[in-house]
Design a protein around this ligand. Structure first.
Ligand SMILES: C[S@@+](CC[C@H](N)C(=O)[O-])C[C@H]1O[C@@H](n2cnc3c(N)ncnc32)[C@H](O)[C@@H]1O
Length: 274
């Protein structure tokens, strides 16, 4: 059985020095969308969202501040790894801000080009709420449900390491050629407000890595990527800058709580597969 250690580091992914160039076969991650000072604006009433241009400039500046992390991602995946970026256009007032395009261009700026993308939705709408959602006021205000995007990126000269095609059953194959996925949200073990759907992570790990490979999540959040990678016998490394989130993710990984805030800023935790 291949080694499947998971390492969760409390620190900034702008420096992933413990991972060598080209050492990661897969990076799967979801970058933060906007700075904490904008969170209240996005969660508040749409009617109050009136500074479209100013908000977009703020988001662009914030995305640019993630550039050192994208530079590290490009270094660790090298020419042979794949990088999956979970992103989403965000709705502000009556407009959709093109955050997915911004993240795609950030990755491209570091030599990671989008090979393909898929869209998914992990929430539904109750039939009883439909008329209110689609037709408010009576006509002329058509809306659709927000979807998320997964960008699958690589170096332009990437070559597959698989010599033989994957064996997939018919249902899975048909599911993969459909670019719009419906996924169950992360209901159990929910510890982060923006937790990715576990099935999405599982499918990407199975598609783009082999047992024993290294899977990395630079924006680890709840640590789900590490947990699922370990279940699938992959080695994994995650970075989380926020100490409380790091500690919650660590608890999820080892299945018990730890004393929050007890550690130093440079703590690294290594656990072995149970
Ligand atoms: C969108 S959330 C990720 C959620 C994750 N996909 C999950 O399923 O739980 C982004 C996370 O990245 C962390 N973060 C932001 N900037 C970071 C950085 N430079 N280095 C490490 N972590 C960072 C934030 O604290 C946040 O928890």
């Amino acid at each position: 059985m291949p080694e499947a250690n998971a390492t969760l580091i409390h620190g900034d992914a702008a420096d992933m020095a413990c991972i060598g160039p080209g050492e990661a076969q897969l990076v799967i991650t979801s970058p933060p969308y906007f700075p904490p000072e904008l969170v209240a604006q996005f969660s508040g009433s749409r009617r109050r969202q009136s500074d479209l241009e100013g908000t977009w400039r703020h988001i662009e500046t914030f995305a640019a501040s993630l550039s050192p992390v994208f530079s590290e991602i490009a270094r660790i995946v090298g020419r042979t790894g794949i990088c999956c970026i979970e992103t989403k256009d965000v709705v502000y007032g009556d407009f959709r801000l093109p955050l997915s395009a911004l993240h795609a261009s950030l990755a491209r700026g570091h030599g990671l080009w989008t090979r393909c993308s898929l869209h998914f939705r992990s929430t539904g709408i109750k039939p009883a709420h439909l008329p209110n959602f689609v037709l408010r006021p009576a006509c002329g205000n058509f809306r659709t449900l927000d979807t998320s995007t997964l960008l699958i990126c690589s170096h332009p000269r990437w070559r597959s390491r698989r010599s033989t095609p994957m064996k997939l059953d018919r249902t899975t194959s048909l599911g993969l050629i459909e670019p719009y996925w419906r996924l169950t949200p992360a209901r159990h073990l929910r510890i982060h407000e923006h937790q990715s759907p576990p099935d999405l992570i599982r499918r990407m790990i199975e598609l783009f890595s082999l047992p024993g490979d290294l899977v990395v999540d630079p924006f680890a959040g709840s640590g789900q990527v590490l947990r699922i990678a370990r279940e699938l016998q992959r080695r994994s490394v995650g970075y989380e800058r926020d100490l409380a989130r790091h500690d919650a993710a660590w608890s999820l990984l080892v299945g018990r709580s730890i004393q929050t805030g007890a550690a130093g800023a440079d703590r690294a935790v290594r656990i072995s597969r149970a």
